[in-house]
Ligand binder design. Structure first.
Ligand code: ZN
Ligand code: ZN
Length: 233
């Protein structure tokens, strides 16, 4: 399935001032219906591939070719198997650097190191850049601020494009719910803090999660009080 974020105009009567918005395409794949994303700068055509999920490579390559994009990075929200299974294949195809938070890097280097089962053969990858949170990653004219959001995993991050008002939230925040906290490396207290942090983003921010449909910050009013809503899980 592929969806297009499309084009927006500041004023339909002044189409010469039409502003092209960031391209974002969703590729749903693998046994857990993980969302991989291809995000592209409309002016430079540079692109990033986010979370190459199991069996997502073919569709990702098709999107990149059809849209005539130049991939410059693979960005990972975290290193659970369903978000990294095709990193090796995508990296081999496009020869671009892989970015992962330093606290999630080990499971990329040694798949299964996080104590989670592997649901298919997974080739190890050494990341090229290790994130801490607070960095900004340029993809053409787009800028993704890295927000460290531990909880679901220690090195979970969200990628925030402020000007476009878009957040790629991985398994930290889904529409109406949050990522599983019962995994070996999960930490509930970290998660409540991470969600509280996200509650301060502009309300209209569109959120593209690791599974399921997109949402917005204002559609998730429980974010600042997540422990009360989800603390019993
Ligand atoms: Zn996960
Ligand atoms: Zn996931």
């Amino acid at each position: 399935m592929a969806t297009d974020h499309g084009v927006r105009g500041s004023n339909p009567l002044q189409c010469e001032f039409l502003i092209l918005s960031m391209m974002i395409k969703t590729v749903v794949s693998g046994p857990f219906e993980t969302n991989a994303y291809v995000v592209g700068c409309p002016t430079t055509k540079e692109a990033a591939i986010i979370d190459p999920a199991p069996e997502s490579t073919k569709t990702i390559v098709e999107i990149i070719e059809n849209e005539k994009l130049t991939p410059v990075a693979i960005l990972l929200t975290h290193s659970h198997w369903d978000h990294i299974a095709d990193v090796f294949k995508v990296k081999k195809h496009f020869d671009v650097p892989v970015y992962v938070h330093e606290r999630d890097a080990e499971n990329l280097r040694r798949p299964g190191a996080d104590g989670m089962p592997l649901f298919g053969p997974t080739e190890a990858v050494e990341a090229d850049l290790f994130l801490k949170g607070g960095e900004s990653i340029s993809i053409g004219d787009l800028t993704f601020d890295v927000i460290h959001t531990p909880g679901h995993t220690p090195g979970g991050v969200c990628f925030h494009e402020k000007d476009e008002g878009i957040l790629i939230s991985g398994d930290t925040l889904f529409q109406g719910t949050i990522g599983n906290l019962s995994f070996p490396t999960s930490n509930s207290d970290d998660m409540w803090q991470s969600l509280e942090l996200l509650s301060h983003l502009p309300p209209e921010t569109k959120v593209y999660p690791g599974h399921g449909p997109a949402t917005t910050i204002q559609n998730e009013p429980w974010l600042s009080d997540a422990k009360r809503f989800f603390g019993g899980q």
